[in-house]
Design a protein around this ligand. Sequence first.
Ligand SMILES: [Zn+2]
Ligand SMILES: [Zn+2]
Length: 547
Amino acid sequence: MRESYFWADQKAREILDRERYHYLDKAVPARGSYVVKTSASLSGVLHIGRLSDTIRADSIVTAMRDQGARARLIWVAEDTDPLRKIPEGIPAEYEKFLGMPVTDVPDPSGCHSSYAEHHQAEYMEVIGEFIANEVECYSTREEYRRGSFRPFIRKILERRDEVREILGRYRDSDLSPNWSPWKPICAQCGKVITPRLLEAEGTWVKYECRDYEFEKTVARGCGYIGEADATEDDGKLLWKSEWASEWALWDVSCEGGGKEYEVPTSAWWVNGEIVERILDYPMPTPFFYEMLLIDGKKMSASLGNVVYPSEWLKVAPPELLRFLYNKKLMKTRSFSWNELPRLYADYDNHAAVYYGEAVVPNEKERAHMRRLYEISQLRNPPDERPLSIDFSFASMISQIYDPKTRMPEAMEALKRSGVVGKELDIGDLEVIDGLLTRGINWIRMFVPDQALTLKEEPDPVIVGKLGEGEKRALGELARAIRERPDPDSIQTAVFSTAKDNGMKPGRLFQILYGLVLGQRSGPRLGPLVAAMGSGKIADLIEAAGRA
Ligand SMILES: [Zn+2]
Ligand SMILES: [Zn+2]
């Protein structure tokens, strides 16, 4: 493969070319296939921000396969993790489950065997809509139960002092003498967060089950005092050992993390040292990225700016989210709903370049745009470019003719406006239907203040400010529109009428957008007038000119 400027291709190359361990002077063994891991804790809500890791991991798998390597995508449910808070809409009695592994908490909806299974099912359904490659799913809790982590737990506990020493280099305070990287699950109440170690030796621990304070909640301990053995009993590794063991267990070559993991003191590097020095397994090649912000803020339920994947799909296709995430990795990505039409337009530009319909002289830029478009697809792009319509325009049409009830009229308006041809096949109709539906959803769900108000009568405020020459121009323009009602002629007529009457075209456009939409600007006027009905608009303009 030629040198690529696209981040996932570069990362794939880096993984395939990797020769040495990161911390040890040691060669990485040859591999027949590669694993890219993505994972999620199941305790929080599943919003579009949480798809970023998976979508990017998916892109790396594609890039590795495109370079002739065998690569697999795995998704791991971090489901031994405790329930930390009671999610919205869940009965308060769930408080008693705080601190339990999410696999052991019942499903509040009652449709699955546990809270974890419910969320995992939800996750998989959503992920399936947004990724291009098949994904294998695993659960840490299941692997603990099966004993898959035992060899790693043994090694880690055998060399506990070295692990302690590694951890010590990443923290300011000393670990307690009773510290152990393995924790039992309380044999009496089943909680994973509440057992405090009283003594620890080899694989054996003695513990007491005590209250544990999360940020905003408290997991109640049951007071039980017991003993447990890491090679037999129910428990889990601490995160700074567990992540390392996951890498070794699943033979992970690459995993992503938010940019907070890039700092040299993060859990990424602690686990990197543990996996190499203690488990003798090469640390995966990381990729770090910026989190998605909505209007410059982190998504959170309390801010009310959480975007669910199902909501995204009501206003944009999955390819558009893939496109957003596959742009440069380390760039703050703040998304605002006002900008959705711009994202669509950017995507369409990339499509035009991909299909050779738009020229980008710079070869690197062109190659990057083509690859970004290609990797944003869920399937191989079709031979011919699919129909596309400017999203702002589609959204405007959808407000005049609701696609649910007035689809034939909407279709006629699009034909009149010239943005689609007269002959449309089934595929085109699907595209149009999809765009109009998403257009109206976008206005109603996210930007209701941008809803169009179509003017039936000339606005007296605008009319009051018109000069004689401007009025004359409006009269002439109305006649010109009636004579030649096609979109291009209308567009041209605005310019020529302005010129003939000594006006700046910008001023005439401003008057027209004000009269027609009550706004200072809008989509291209020719197609707009044609779509709304040229006769009706000509009447409106003429009336303003006569007033
Ligand atoms: Zn369920
Ligand atoms: Zn307990």
